[in-house]
Design a protein around this ligand. Structure first.
Ligand SMILES: Cc1cc2nc3c(=O)[nH]c(=O)nc-3n(C[C@H](O)[C@H](O)[C@H](O)COP(=O)(O)O)c2cc1C
Length: 325
């Protein structure tokens, strides 16, 4: 049976994609409650962790019942990444994920994230050293390749497996594509179909419905599906996917009452974890997605985005429930 350490892949696992500034502990708790099998931290900068930056340390904390849980690391340099991996190990996550996929200019231009796809020998060398420096399973998240002419993923996955990587998440775009175009799952399927591959292959990119998750699993036979943007405002997507993948049946979309319930819970968890000042501000990016598609919602949205008082926010959420339910 495929596994990452103790995590056994006895069915198609559903994984919440790491998203900087989104998949913090409160949001991961919500996604876990609604069916995400595995969660991963936001990416952690190796240098910041070594410098003991408080905000970075906050990002590695996991919830009481949050397992399996992985901590994702990024960097561009062997020594600091190994040292950071050892610090991460002391927090006892289930695995360490290395980010060789982020295309953001400020990261990739320094050779971190998908910038390293330009230098595969160094990517392999650093990954190998990290594996040697910790006892935890090490996984990798990456893209199809650097650009259209360098889609090296099939060969790269074999090389990563050979040096001891325990699973690979593949976002079906190149570094050059950033988030443009459509995620191409055919190469992800090709990696999975490679008879030399023995580790779990996790497909990622543009899964925005249970139907799409089902199709990609059926066509490309991936061992797990990773969902990012579509979970923002719709964490129920994990339950919907589970039902579709296991029984090929569809779930009802969540009622307004349910949306309000989860949004309130998310807000309270955020306030508890980040304090009122930061928490109130950070929750603002979630309100619009939670209540997407409701007609004449604008006045409520404005209230949610301008209120700095927790009781008033709770009252507004109750009003939304009464008005639109
Ligand atoms: C706001 C945002 C932040 C992201 N941060 C990370 C990150 O920290 N680490 C990472 O590996 N990928 C990150 N990604 C990429 C996602 O994990 C995922 O690969 C990508 O969004 C494609 O999946 P999706 O179509 O399901 O969203 C981020 C994406 C978004 C939209």
């Amino acid at each position: 049976m495929l596994s990452i350490g103790d995590i056994i892949f006895n069915n198609t696992k559903l994984i919440l994609a790491p998203m900087d500034d989104v998949t913090d502990l409160p949001f991961r708790t919500i996604c876990k409650e609604l069916g995400a099998d595995i969660t991963v931290s936001e990416f952690i900068a190796a240098d910041a962790l070594i410098r003991d930056v408080e905000k970075t340390k906050q990002k590695i904390l996991s919830g009481k019942n949050e397992n399996p849980f992985g901590i994702q690391l990024f960097g561009n340099e062997k020594e600091s990444m190994c040292k950071a991996a050892q610090i991460i190990e002391s927090y006892q996550p289930d695995f360490i994920d290395i980010n060789w996929g982020c295309p953001a200019r400020k990261i990739a231009s320094k050779g971190a994230g998908s910038g390293m796809l330009k230098n595969i020998p160094l990517l392999l060398e650093i990954t190998k050293e990290i594996i040697k420096s910790v006892h935890l399973p090490v996984t990798v998240k990456t893209r199809l390749g650097y650009d259209e002419n360098n889609k090296c993923i099939v060969e790269l996955c074999e090389q990563l497996q050979d040096i001891g990587v325990k699973a690979i998440s593949i976002h079906g775009r190149t570094k050059s594509q950033m988030f443009k175009g459509e995620s191409d799952w055919t190469l992800i399927g090709k990696v999975k179909a490679n008879p030399n591959m023995e580790i779990p292959i996790i497909g990622n990119g543009d899964i925005n419905s249970a139907q799409k998750a089902y199709q990609m699993r059926e066509f490309h036979k991936v061992d797990a599906i990773m969902i990012g943007r579509a979970a923002i405002g719709n964490p129920w997507i994990f339950k919907e996917c589970r039902q579709k993948l296991d029984y090929n049946t569809n779930m009802q979309t969540p009622t307004i009452e349910e949306r309000v319930r989860i949004c309130k819970k998310h807000l309270l968890l955020t306030l508890e974890h980040k304090g009122e000042g930061v928490g109130l501000l950070e929750m603002r990016k979630h309100y619009k997605p939670y209540f997407k598609g409701i007609n004449e919602f604008k006045p409520y949205r404005i209230k949610l985005l301008t209120t700095n008082d927790v009781n008033e926010l709770m009252d507004t959420l109750d009003e939304i429930n009464c008005k639109f339910n």
